[in-house]
Design a protein. Structure first.
Length: 652
């Protein structure tokens, strides 16, 4: 059991977390929720020991193990991912070392046989009980569950994109089986198959779990308790997310009722005090009631839910035929990513495009938006179609010198202009943040600006690639409402199953370069998929040079070869960008060191006895500050380029 007592954390003079009291019992599976910026990640980092609280304490047993998966990538080198995952279980490896030592001792000194055998028997039983003899097979099973092929097991970690590396870190944590598992947005880099596998694994996980996730479907599947951060405090609700919504509404209604009753009582007592304040005969009674008022506990009303909403305007409707892809083939290098694809979309359709990471979903959308051209076949866009395309790499098109408001206002539909500042609240930009320049925003904030630009533009065909990744649950709900009411055409890629199920009426699965489609809601598609009754692929012409299995699916050996070649090309580009980032960081470190040395010198009173030296230091100080600003800007650009590449790879 882990217990948190009176925890407080202050940032920028504001109490982000206050008076957090929490008992995490063994085996509890908890979802930690709250709007973006309320301190969810901060609380996980404090529990993990990465961050220190300003006040309070955390009580846990001496051998209590905590495993933490952050949102950002962990710096960890592995020449062999299977070996790296296994090495994460230090306790079992230490026991294995001790077992090997005892065996060696037995062989070297037969006289101590009984004593050593007793010791060996005890430790081997513990090792067996903890799964030591299954360590490698369990590691392989977890890696496979998270989407790795057996041919990947002995590859170095650096060969993989950021999203796949996060899967390796997750596998390492799961194999350790800590007493408490902390997961910060674990579903962000997973496709449907690996997500479903993770849900099944976590449901059976024997330890405690605290997960931060905006995926309501995921929360409903794995959580038996909801911890909600509300106005800096933690409120616990038993049950999953659906039960939480009901219980929270009941709690808030009760709070409002108590607040009104207390308000009436305060007013009644205050009237008595005001009436008899100056009467000597009532002095004792007045004083008693004043004390009653002082002792009354203040009831804090819950923050009202956001009522801001928006509509996606369609100023000109397209004709019936929105998109036709005919006999389309596409490849990056020597191997075809898409093979003889045929696809039609019609006005008003809302379609989910699904498939495992690497299947080519993002490639297909970029072909539709005509950012790529196919080697064979045609993409025909219908008459009067006005396309809007949202994807992670769209942040490249933002004007870094504009403010959030200016950037969105430049393309917004006229109908949205009067309430633009209010509408930007849906995208988590409010108050002064709408006047921030784009270049100071984080990657997630830039993505939300891109999303706002697309959704508030007058388009009648929306292509959206993971639009919910940087939104909290309230913003997701506003987006769902807007897209559900949208009377244009929608093609949507998302790993958020709740989000998809709320609006799509057709599902198209991309697999092995071909398409198959299913009419119905996303949940219907999932049921069909589980029962293996999905329709066969959309008919594709077969090239004589391409061999297929009897089931119509390309041979896995060939697929693996194509994936390996693509990964090698990707790895080369990633290494180039990573080197650029490293060089920028080295430059920044050098300049910061020089700046600190000059500040130390300028802080020494004896420096000012030499006017020439002082002037030289002050001049150099100004130069270093300027150089540091330029170096930081260069690092941001380099880091953003690397993030965009990795985000594109994860989306594939």
């Amino acid at each position: 059991m882990l217990q948190i007592k009176s925890l407080k954390y202050i940032i920028g003079g504001r109490e982000l977390l206050r008076d957090i009291n929490w008992i995490i019992n063994p085996g509890r599976h908890i979802a930690l929720i709250g709007p973006n910026g309320t301190g969810k990640t901060t609380l996980l980092r404090i529990i993990s020991g990465v961050l220190r609280a300003d006040d309070g304490e955390m009580v846990k047993p001496n051998e209590y193990q905590i495993g933490y998966l952050p949102q950002e990538e962990i710096s960890l080198a592995m020449n062999d991912i299977l070996e790296g995952v296994i090495k994460g279980h230090q306790k079992l490896l230490a026991m294995q070392t001790e077992i090997d030592r005892l065996h060696s001792e037995l062989a070297a000194n037969p006289k101590n046989t009984e004593q050593v055998m007793n010791k060996l028997s005890i430790i081997e039983e513990q090792f067996r009980h903890l799964g030591g003899y299954r360590l490698e097979s369990d590691a392989k099973s977890i890696l496979a569950g998270l989407g790795f092929a057996e041919s990947d097991f002995h590859r170095p970690l650096g060969d993989f994109s950021g999203g796949w590396r996060m899967r390796v870190y997750l596998a390492r944590l799961l194999l350790q089986q800590p007493d408490l598992l902390l997961l910060d947005e674990p579903t962000n880099h997973l496709d449907l198959e690996s997500l479903e596998w993770l849900e099944g694994y976590l449901k059976q996980f024997p330890g405690s779990i605290i997960t931060v996730s905006h995926d309501r479907f995921f929360i409903d599947r794995i959580a038996d308790e909801i911890a909600s951060l509300e106005q800096g405090k933690l409120v616990i609700y038993p049950g999953n997310y659906q039960q939480y919504e009901t219980k929270k509404a009941e709690r808030e209604a009760l709070l409002i009722k108590k607040y009104e009753e207390q308000k009436e009582e305060r007013e009644r007592i205050q009237r008595f005090v005001d009436r008899f304040r100056y009467k000597a005969t009532k002095a004792a009674q007045v004083q008693s009631r004043v004390k009653m008022l002082e002792k009354m506990e203040t009831i804090e009303l819950p923050e009202p839910p956001s009522t801001i909403s928006f509509n996606i305007r369609v100023e000109t409707h397209s004709y019936k035929d929105v998109l036709h892809m005919n006999n389309l083939w596409f490849k990056y290098t020597d191997d075809w990513v898409l093979r003889d694809v045929n696809l039609s979309l019609y006005r008003g359709e809302k379609v989910a495009l699904v498939g495992v990471n690497g299947a080519g979903k993002t490639t297909l959308t970029r072909l539709i938006f005509q950012q790529f051209q196919p080697q064979k076949g045609k993409v025909h866009i219908g008459e009067r179609v006005q396309m809007g395309y949202y994807a992670q790499h769209q942040v490249d098109t933002l004007n870094l010198n504009a403010t959030v408001f200016e950037e969105v206002e430049a393309t917004v539909a006229d109908a949205h202009r009067p309430k633009l500042r209010d509408i930007l609240g849906v995208f988590q930009f409010s108050g002064d943040t709408v006047d921030k320049p784009i270049h100071v925003l984080s990657g997630g904030e830039k993505a939300r600006v891109s999303l706002a630009k697309i959704l508030l533009s007058p388009v009648n065909f929306l292509i959206m690639d993971e639009p919910t990744n940087h939104l909290d649950i309230a913003s997701q709900a506003a987006l769902e409402k807007a897209l559900s009411a949208y009377d244009g055409t929608l093609l949507l890629i998302s790993h958020d199953r709740y989000f998809l199920d709320s609006m799509v009426t057709k599902v198209i699965e991309l697999k092995d370069g071909g398409l198959r489609q299913f009419e119905g809601k996303y949940s219907d598609y999932l049921e069909k998929r589980k029962s293996h009754t999905l329709p066969s692929a959309i008919p594709q012409k077969q090239s004589q040079s391409e061999s297929v299995t009897d089931s119509g699916i390309y041979k896995s050996k060939e697929q693996k070869r194509r994936e390996a070649e693509a990964r090698q090309a990707i790895s080369k580009e990633r290494k180039k960008l990573q080197q650029n980032v490293d060089e920028c960081e080295s430059n920044i470190e050098s300049l910061e060191s020089e700046k600190a040395e000059i500040e130390t010198a300028l802080g020494d009173p004896s420096t000012y006895s030499d006017g020439a030296k002082t002037a030289a230091l002050q001049k150099r100080y100004a130069e270093v500050k300027q150089l540091l600003d330029e170096a930081l800007a260069a690092w941001e650009v380099a880091h953003e380029e690397l993030e965009i590449l990795l985000a594109q790879l994860d989306a594939e």
